[in-house]
Design a protein around this ligand. Sequence first.
Ligand SMILES: [Zn+2]
Length: 860
Amino acid sequence: MLKFLKEKLGVRAVLAALMAGLLVLAPRAKADEPYARSKDYDLQHSKIALRFDLDEKKVMGDVTHTLTILKDGTEKIWFDSVGLAIESVTVNKSATKFETKETKLIVPLPGAARPGQKFDVEIKYAGKPTKGLYFILPDKDYPDRPKQIWTQGESEDTRYYLPTYDYPNDRLTTETILTVPAAWVTVANGKLVGVVDAGSGNKTWTWRESVPSSTYLITVVAGEFDEVKETWRGMPVTYYAPKGRGDRLKVNYARTPQMLEFFSKRLGVDYPWEKYAQAMVDDFVAGGMENSSATTNTSTSLTHEKLAHEYRTGEDPLIAHELGHQWFGDLVTTKDWGNIWLNEGFATFMERIWIEHNFPKDQIEYELWNDAKDWMENSGLYLKPMVRHDFDDSSEFDGNAYNKGGWVLMMLRHQLGEEAFYAGVKHYLEVNRGKNVVTADLARAIEEATHVNVDEFFSQWVYGAGAPKFDLSYRYDDAKHQLTLNVKQTQKLEGRVGIFRIPTDVEITTASGAKTYPVTVSKAEETFLFPADTAPLMVLFDKGGHVLKSAEFHKDKKEWLYQVKNGTETADRGDAVDALGKWKDDNDAVGALGEVLKGDKAWGIRATAADALGATKNPGAAKLLLDALDGAGEPWLRNRMVAALGNFKDNSDVIKKVNAIAKEDKSFRAQASALQALGKLKAPNALEVLQGAVKEDSPDSFLRNAALRSMGELGDDKAVPILREWAAAGKRIDTRQAAIASLARLDKNNKEITEQIARYLMEPHFPVRISSIFALGTRGDASAIPALEALLKSNDLSIELVPMIKGQIARLKKEPGGAQGEKAEGDSAAMAKRLDRLEQLIEAMSERLKAIEEKLPPKK
Ligand SMILES: [Zn+2]
């Protein structure tokens, strides 16, 4: 699944980051079962017939499970079932008594059963699900919204609308029979068998999935949708948008067949299902969900066509992530949640290889470089191993499962080489096809296919925690023509973090050229000797940045200046930009960053230089940014440059230029950045310009939303009335998110504002809830605590909301100078920092009209 925020920014990373670390479980929420269950029976097929009562938001179900006994002497069948009223149960068509507990339905068998005995258990039931199945309906505030019903099973929510065996370590085929209003469309797993009239203005749709998969991958989507049909190798490839938005499907999703082809060929295992549908639904609780053959994604991925081309990789990260799961997660499924990285790490890897394949190579190089920095900065993730079963107080769907998982697979590919790596992955898919796996199955498959023992690699990167933090320096001996490189691993050895043994490359460039030397580092401190004919111009450790790490390389400015200009690899130039950015008042460094800004071949490095120049706050840097703007046409770069200008308060040239761009620009993203920068610059006329922008229409209210967000930054309480107006129910959801976030920052003593935002907590609109939760935390008004606590007690919280709420309550309760001791204070400072960062992520999400998981937003 792509957790909520992920983004476009690669939804993926955001989501993952979001999930990382701050997850504190609410008292009533339960952690997912970390280990797979022992099984008494094997569920083989479920025939699931559902009807819906829209007024009551109720589901009426009739499910027949065909199962085979595994354990000798089994007398009762236990199903997971939460909040469902069970009306009747039959076993092999004979009515039977049954027992229900809070989370179980228990069905007695006629006697002690023997292994291999088969039973058909039919269950008739009804319920108003608080999770798992969601009704999105018009209401008084949104009378025109298309009706939608959709499910979200992962991780343990299928049981809220379907009594079943609800853990990944079982696989079954399904038949899904949906009776809905005649004008509706439905999507479920597998092939469409037929649609027949059901009387009373209804139709019944029957879908059949003949390839077994786990119950968390069962899906139902039904409602008022537009549909686009394509094919790939003769197989149906369909896209669905809430009615009225069908024209956005092709714009964002048309590359799906190319991805199917690329993934099938690259993996050497063809796409395994009978069709591929992607249904985009409103208010989705995640970024995307890889239900077998029928992915569900957030409708915020239906970017307006006038905006879509302003994102370099568009929705591809999300689309590739969920498609990648069709192999990794759906065809081969983690046995337990503790090994979820086998699903999510591979899905992230698949995103990355698609980006690598379909876009200029600097794109993936920049993303990996940036993702590594982001992961290294997250201390909460750092100490956790990727495979872990202790997630009582933090979700297993964290930035390790996603970002680190994807990174580790990239490293493994680099170390083994493409051919061997993909031979291993193909073997893994083939021998485990239709099975559940743990990490050892991957390591074994790779070794079987390549004859390379990867145990040590897995031990340090997957079962171990952390990553190396290098301290590097060298000296050159003129007489001996010899270079001595000192390599220290400075990471604290604690918990599962150890010293890493890693093969990598050192490259030494002298006047006569560059030479590369393979080395293996393995100690806390060691030295390597290399010949060098003259003093080096540049020394690179891990050239190209193929190791997940951080490195403090002690070089003089001259070498960084050389590296930023002459480094052939994106990551090496990026490191030089970061290093030079620390010389904030140095003309050489600032000038070099200006050159990068104008001319580096990787846009991401240019954007990083823009960030660095902005951070210098040096007047020379402002001029360089202003000068470079005309040459920056790409919206994804231009917007970062404009954002960087937001650092130069009181600079009249900057204010003039930002004002001009805020009024008109060829890029909506740049224009939006300018609107935001005006708030940050506290430009004299900012409120007036922002108010003007709020009144104007733009695609998806993109500029209005930016102007509203900027008002919070501006901090002028005169913006309160306009923010209260646009925060109100009935306005566009993403516009409300922007307004709510800003409103929280103004007129802080005004309890009415706190109350207004607190009222939104109980709204059915998931994005509004998230924004309101974070807004209340930001506002710092402790009078919101009861409302947040009440929300925790409500029964319909999705997995990501609980930790968000807990985090914000903690933030509001935080007492300065609390006597918790130093460590606790350090933790709470780290927590506050992380929350601030999350908030920025949330804002980035609204900007993108997105919901959460995966590329990190532009780094500041
Ligand atoms: Zn995923």
